[in-house]
Design a protein. Structure first.
Length: 626
C-alpha cells in the first residue's frame, strides 16, 4: 500500500516535470515568433502622414489657395506618463483637466493640440516628454483673403473642403496620405532613423478662368458701392461673353476664409449663385429680343404706350414716364412697362417662355458651386395674360446674378449662349444659338442708347468707353403678398465696349438706402469696375478721353451712332481682308449687313470677297484667323 502511494507521488512529480519542460520548449521555440513580433510592435510604430491639397490658381498663374505646413502636438497614450501632463498642459496653455480628458485611458494615437504656432511646438519639443511628438499637418492659406472668400470657400482642420470650390472640387484637390515608421527606445522616446513606407502624394492643381486683378477690382468697387448706398448686400459678376469665362465674382457681406470660424454662417453664402432677385427692367431686352425674333417687329416699329396706364384683366400697368406712340428703339430708353407688356402679349407666352428658358432662367447654370439656385420662372401652364405681361418687365420671375450675366451675354456675342466657366477646360466650350446675330446687334444698339446723356444708364459709362446696358429697379416681393413699397433691388447689366463687347458686368445691390434707383446706385459700381478692369485686360478706350460737354452730348445722337461713324466705310474698302472682328462688326452694323462669322482674330476670307455691289440687308460670311 505504501509502495503504491510512493508510485503515485513519483508519477505526479514526473508529470509536473514533463509539463514544465513542455512549457519551456513552448516558450523557447513555439512562441518565439509571437514574442518577437510583440517586441517589434512595441519598438516600431507607424503613422499616417497627410498630403498637401493641390493649389488653386488664377488664369495668370497666381496662387489663390495653397497648403502650408504647420506643427501639431500628438502623443502615443501607451508611452505617456501621467506625471508629465501638468508641464505639458502649461506649455499648451490648456487646462490640466481638459488634457487629462483628451488622454484618458487611450493607448493609441492621440491629438493633443492641432495647428499650433512654431513657438508652442518648439516649447513642447524642449520638454522632451516620452510619447509626445510634433506632427506636421497642412493648413489652407488664401493669400487674397476676403477678396476670394465666397468663391474659394475654406477647408476644415482635417484638410477637407467645407465650402466653395474647396468643397466642390475636394476630390481633385485632396492628395493621397503617406505612411511613416518610427523607432522608439525602451522609455518610449523616439529614435532617429524614421522611414517612409509610402510617401504622401499632393493633390492636383485647379486652374481657374478667374483673373485675380479683376476680382480685386470688383471686390473693392462693390465694397465702395455698399458704403455709398447703405445697401445691406450685393453682388458683382464679370464675364467674357464670347466663351462664358468668369473673370470675377464677388458678394457682400464678405468673410476671410483664413479665419472663417469668426464669421456667421450666413456670411459664407455666395450670393452670386444662391440668392435670387426680381430683375425688373433688365428683363425688357429679352422681351424686345423675343419680339424682333418673330419678324413682325423691327427697331423702328411703333407701339402705343397708352399714355402711362394700361389695363389687363382688371390689373392696371403704370409707366413712371407716360408715353404715347414710340418706336421699339425708344422703348428701352424710356423703360416702358406698358410697351414691354404689349410686346410680350403679341409674341405670345410660348415663344417668350422658350426664349427665357433657352437663356437659362429656371435652371441652375451648373457652374460648380454648392447651393446654386435654379431661379424662379412659372411653368408655362400658369401663364395668363397678367403673368405674361408682368414677366415681360421683370416681375414674377427671379434670377441669380450668375444666371443674369450668362443670359445677358447673348446680346454681347451675337446671340449665342455659353454656360459660365469658372474652371479652365482643355476643350472648346460649345455655345447654343438663341437669337440671330442681327437681333442681338439691334438690341445691343438700343441698350447703348440707354447710356446716353439723360438716359438711366449714363452713370455707368467710364471715360473713353461706350457701354450698352440696362438698369433695373425692382420692388422686392412682400412675404405677406404683393410688393414692398420700401424695399428695392437695384440692378445694372451691361456690355463694354458697346460696339465690340469684351466684358459683360452685372451689379446687384440689395435694398440700397441712398436711393432706390439703379441709375444712381448700381450703375456707378458698374462704371468703377469697367474703368479699372478694361485697361487691366489690355482693352484700350474706343472714344476720345476728353469728357464731352452737355451740348456735345445732346448733339451726339447715340454712342452706338458714334461707333457706326467710326466704322470702316464701304466706299473706302474693296474687301474686309485684314480687318479686326470689331471693325467688321462696325462695318456690318453701319451698312445693315447680316454677318455669319467663323473663328476669331483678323479677316482672312469673306464671301462675297469684294464689297462692290453689296446692298443693305445682304448677307456676308466671314472667316477670321489669329
Amino acid at each position: 500500500m505504501a509502495k503504491r502511494r510512493l508510485d503515485v507521488v513519483v508519477a505526479l512529480v514526473a508529470l509536473g516535470l514533463a509539463l514544465m519542460v513542455i512549457r519551456a520548449v513552448d516558450l523557447q521555440w513555439m512562441q518565439t515568433e509571437n514574442l518577437t513580433s510583440k517586441a517589434e510592435s512595441q519598438r516600431y510604430r507607424q503613422f499616417e502622414v497627410s498630403a498637401p491639397r493641390g493649389p488653386i490658381v488664377d488664369t495668370q498663374g497666381r496662387v489663390l489657395s495653397e497648403s502650408v505646413e504647420v506643427p501639431s502636438i500628438a502623443a502615443l497614450g501607451a508611452d505617456l506618463n501621467p506625471e508629465d501632463l501638468p508641464q505639458l498642459a502649461k506649455v499648451l496653455h490648456m487646462d490640466i483637466k481638459e488634457l487629462q480628458r483628451k488622454v484618458g485611458k487611450r493607448q493609441g494615437f492621440i491629438w493633443l493640440d492641432r495647428q499650433v504656432t512654431p513657438h508652442v511646438a518648439k516649447a513642447v519639443q524642449a520638454l522632451n516628454i516620452p510619447g509626445v511628438r510634433i506632427e506636421k499637418e497642412w493648413q489652407r492659406f488664401h493669400p487674397f483673403g476676403p477678396e476670394t472668400g465666397h468663391l474659394l470657400g475654406f477647408v476644415g482642420i482635417d484638410n477637407r473642403g467645407l465650402e466653395g470650390l474647396e468643397r466642390s472640387y475636394n476630390q481633385v484637390l485632396t492628395g493621397k496620405s503617406g505612411r511613416m515608421q518610427i523607432q522608439r527606445a525602451a522609455n518610449g522616446a523616439e529614435l532617429p532613423g524614421s522611414v517612409w513606407l509610402n510617401k504622401p502624394e499632393p493633390g492636383q492643381s485647379l486652374y481657374l478662368n478667374l483673373n485675380v486683378n479683376v476680382q480685386s477690382i470688383a471686390y473693392a468697387a462693390l465694397a465702395k458701392g455698399i458704403e455709398n448706398t447703405g445697401a445691406k448686400g450685393g453682388s458683382v459678376v464679370v464675364m467674357n461673353p464670347h466663351n462664358g469665362a468668369v473673370l470675377a465674382m464677388t458678394s457682400w457681406p464678405g468673410f476671410n476664409p483664413n479665419s472663417f470660424s469668426q464669421y456667421r454662417a450666413k456670411d459664407w453664402r455666395n450670393r452670386v449663385v444662391t440668392d435670387v432677385f426680381e430683375p425688373g427692367s433688365v428683363m425688357k431686352p429679352f422681351t424686345v429680343a423675343a419680339a424682333l425674333s418673330t419678324g413682325r417687329w423691327t427697331a423702328d416699329s411703333l407701339i402705343f404706350c397708352e399714355n402711362g396706364n394700361y389695363e389687363i384683366a382688371d390689373k392696371v400697368i403704370h409707366d413712371d414716364h407716360p408715353e404715347g406712340w414710340i418706336d421699339i428703339r425708344k422703348l428701352l430708353v424710356v423703360s416702358s412697362n406698358i410697351g414691354a407688356a404689349k410686346l410680350a402679349l403679341d409674341v405670345g407666352k410660348k415663344d417668350l417662355n422658350r426664349l427665357l428658358t433657352d437663356v437659362g432662367f429656371r435652371e441652375k447654370t451648373n457652374i460648380g458651386l454648392g447651393g446654386e439656385s435654379p431661379g424662379i420662372l412659372l411653368p408655362l401652364e400658369s401663364w395668363g395674360q397678367v403673368e405674361t405681361a408682368n414677366i415681360a418687365f421683370g416681375q414674377g420671375v427671379a434670377v441669380t446674378p450668375i444666371q443674369l450675366a450668362t443670359a445677358f451675354s447673348i446680346f454681347a456675342n451675337g446671340g449665342v449662349y455659353y454656360p459660365p466657366q469658372l474652371v479652365k477646360s482643355d476643350e472648346d466650350i460649345a455655345g447654343r444659338r438663341i437669337i440671330s446675330e442681327k437681333v442681338a446687334t439691334d438690341v445691343l444698339g438700343m441698350m447703348a442708347d440707354v447710356t446716353l446723356e439723360g438716359g438711366t444708364g449714363m452713370q455707368a459709362v467710364p471715360l473713353g468707353y461706350t457701354v450698352a446696358g440696362k438698369t433695373g429697379t425692382a420692388q422686392k416681393p412682400n412675404p405677406q403678398g404683393g410688393y414692398s413699397k420700401e424695399k428695392y433691388t437695384a440692378v445694372f447689366a451691361g456690355a463694354v465696349p458697346a460696339e465690340a463687347p469684351a466684358l459683360v458686368i452685372v451689379v446687384v445691390l440689395d435694398e440700397p438706402k441712398s436711393s432706390i434707383y439703379a441709375s444712381s446706385t448700381a450703375a456707378p459700381v458698374f462704371k468703377q469696375v469697367a474703368a479699372a478692369a478694361l485697361p487691366q485686360l489690355g482693352i484700350v478706350p474706343n472714344l476720345p478721353t476728353a469728357q464731352p460737354s452737355n451740348m456735345q452730348a445732346q448733339n451726339q445722337t447715340s454712342a452706338w451712332g458714334m461707333a457706326k461713324a467710326n466704322a470702316p466705310q464701304q466706299e473706302q474698302l474693296n474687301s474686309l481682308y485684314g480687318l479686326s472682328l470689331r471693325d467688321v462688326r462696325r462695318f456690318a452694323y453701319a451698312k445693315n449687313i447680316q454677318l455669319r462669322l467663323h473663328g476669331k482674330g483678323w479677316v482672312s476670307k469673306s464671301e462675297p470677297s469684294v464689297l462692290h455691289g453689296l446692298k443693305e440687308g445682304d448677307a456676308m460670311e466671314v472667316w477670321l484667323n489669329e
